[in-house]
Ligand binder design. Structure first.
Ligand SMILES: *Cc1c(COP(=O)(O)O)cnc(C)c1O
Length: 214
């Protein structure tokens, strides 16, 4: 089942689009199965869960933190996290930078942009994101690499709505990329990744379509 789901998703994703397998709520044993299929990038949304799983799994996994991150928790993952996809404030970037410095490394970060109508979704507005990006380009946060943008669409059946939100993020991505080329545009989950890819995503975060419903 797991293998079939994984292969099916892989077959639906073009080669230039990165797959982040979202493993939240799933055991290290299950994650290891997907690892053995060849997958190396996994995403978790909670710091504590990620910090508990990390020592139990192979060290060549590239862990992405995809959920809301409080500044005081950065220290628990700073030593090993590959990418923090959910950077949504300057204060958080300052703390990520400080912790990365302590471990003498660079942490990749995506700026999370709020594109959904729902109030529940976190994220920066475009102006704040642009200000942070410019500070970064001016030399702030030397132990961070801002490698792209992340966004989540409204949870809705309305494809037009979803398409509109992803297109908005793609426009922001293109605009920022004119200032300095960005690599990663992370948008799309199990329910909406084909639309996200159509709209220009080059990284998708997929959990339930592979592991089943949580
Ligand atoms: C859980 C989660 C996903 C994956 O959602 P699925 O619907 O299970 O594919 C993607 N991104 C974020 C930020 C998540 O929290």
């Amino acid at each position: 089942m797991l293998k079939q789901n994984f292969e099916k998703i892989k077959s639906q994703i073009p080669e230039n689009v990165k797959l982040v397998v979202v493993s939240k709520t799933h055991s290290p044993e299950k994650i290891k199965q997907v690892y053995d299929f060849g997958q190396r990038i996994f995403g978790e949304n909670k710091v504590q869960e990620l910090a508990e799983k990390y020592p139990k799994l192979p060290k060549d996994i590239r862990w992405h933190l995809i959920g809301h991150l409080q500044s005081n928790k950065v220290k628990y993952i700073a030593e090993f996290v590959d990418t923090i996809e959910s950077a949504d404030s300057e204060k958080l970037l300052e703390e990520i930078n400080r912790q990365a410095q302590k471990h003498n490394r660079k942490i990749k970060v995506l700026l999370q942009i709020k594109i959904a109508e729902e109030d529940s979704k976190f994220g920066l507005n475009k102006t704040d994101a642009e200000n942070i990006f410019k500070k970064y380009l001016a030399g702030n946060f030397p132990n961070i690499e801002i490698s792209g943008l992340m966004g989540m669409a409204t949870f809705t059946e309305d494809e037009n709505q979803i398409r509109k939100e992803f297109s908005l993020l793609k426009n922001i991505f293109d605009e920022f990329s004119k200032i300095r080329p960005l690599k990663t545009l992370s948008m799309g989950m199990s329910g909406d990744f084909p639309i996200a890819i159509e709209c220009g995503a080059n990284s998708v975060r997929i959990g339930s379509a592979i592991f089943g419903n949580r």
